[in-house]
Design a protein around this ligand. Structure first.
Ligand SMILES: [Ca+2]
Ligand SMILES: [Ca+2]
Length: 234
């Protein structure tokens, strides 16, 4: 009994030392029927290679993107799911779209950016998957304001259901002690990585992309081991 208590106290102290709340953190997959966040580029690399939209121009805002995927072995309807940042500057609602198992969707910020191939908006899904971005469903926020951006140092991205319940969050440069009623999965990453952060395992954290394969980002691509072979659907 004493050992059990000692272990619990130890675990709590560890959590406190890390400054992270215990409740929403869980090394688990996002359950069916929800998609998951697989990559976020909140800090567009400064060099000329910082051009994930592939239009030949690096825009520190317009080239930002968020990648989600269906990591389950059944199709999921992502109509009405939202992507938001802290403060709600970034706010994207998916139009009518079903993701087949393993399919990926990418949402670019889009400021001062042109994107080749089929591109959708909040109003309408693209007509087809985009061969220029690993055959992902590609969207743009269609943003026109430089202030509508993810902060390099301190911000978050939340993927929420059509009813507004967050199911997956990525947070950098801050902690989050809110008592979420829906218990979203929360991943904490370091600020300003100089590349994107990419999820490597379905149940794992997101890592700086350069540490995975040397690439700065990979809109539309997810590592094989993230996909449904690792899923634990009910
Ligand atoms: Ca660009
Ligand atoms: Ca990716």
């Amino acid at each position: 009994m004493m050992n059990t208590i000692a272990l619990l106290v130890s675990a709590l102290l560890t959590m406190t030392a890390l400054g992270q709340p215990a409740a929403p953190i869980a090394p688990t997959a996002v359950p069916f029927p929800h998609p998951a966040i697989t990559e976020v580029l909140f800090h567009v690399p400064r060099d000329s290679e910082g051009d994930p939209t592939l239009d030949g121009v690096r825009d520190p805002v317009g080239d930002e993107f968020i990648e989600i995927a269906n990591l389950h072995d059944r199709a999921i309807d992502i109509t009405g799911y939202t992507l938001t940042d802290r403060g709600g500057q970034i706010a994207f609602t998916f139009p009518r779209l079903t993701l087949a198992p393993g399919e990926v969707a990418v949402v670019f910020n889009g400021l001062n950016t042109s994107i080749e191939g089929p591109v959708g908006t909040s109003s309408e899904a693209p007509t087809a998957r985009n061969p220029n971005f690993n055959n992902a469903w590609v969207f743009t926020l269609g943003n026109t304001k430089r202030t509508v951006a993810l902060n390099n140092q301190k911000d978050r991205v939340a993927l929420s259901t059509p009813a507004g319940a967050p199911v997956d969050m990525v947070i950098w440069g801050e902690t989050d002690a809110r008592d979420y009623t829906s218990r979203p999965r929360v991943a904490y990453v370091k600020p300003s990585p100089g590349c994107s952060v990419q999820r490597v395992r379905q149940t794992g954290e997101l890592l700086p992309h350069t540490t995975i394969d040397g690439a700065l980002f990979s809109p539309g691509w997810i590592p094989e081991r993230v996909t449904i072979s690792e899923a634990e659907d009910d």
